[in-house]
Design a binder for this molecule. Sequence first.
Ligand code: FES
Length: 122
Amino acid sequence: MEWIRVLDADALSSGERQVVSVKDHKILLLEHENTIYAMLNTCPHMGVSLKNGRVTEEDDIVCPFHHSVFDLETGAVKAWAPWPPVLGKLLGAVRPESPLHVYPTKTESGGIWIGLGKDDAV
Ligand code: FES
């Protein structure tokens, strides 16, 4: 795994978010309850930014568009385009359900790092 330093260690205080560019891709980093999560800043449904997505008490992120829900840790889909009612079902069928791409993080040597595997989308 290749580790890339993306931010200073103190760049994200409680609840903060930042989007960084790594090898031409936008990665969303956010702090939630003392953990830093990193994910592709692209909803797998229709590609919109997740930067303003709501983070839940269950450690999920909710896409601001059609409210797909993804596990912050694993990227697993917990709901796929459930909104708006009725129309959301049709919109959900536009693309097959697929997980959010997430990255491991660590805070070390004064920085926040994300880990890229050889199969990562960056
Ligand atoms: S674009 Fe995110 S749920 Fe549709």
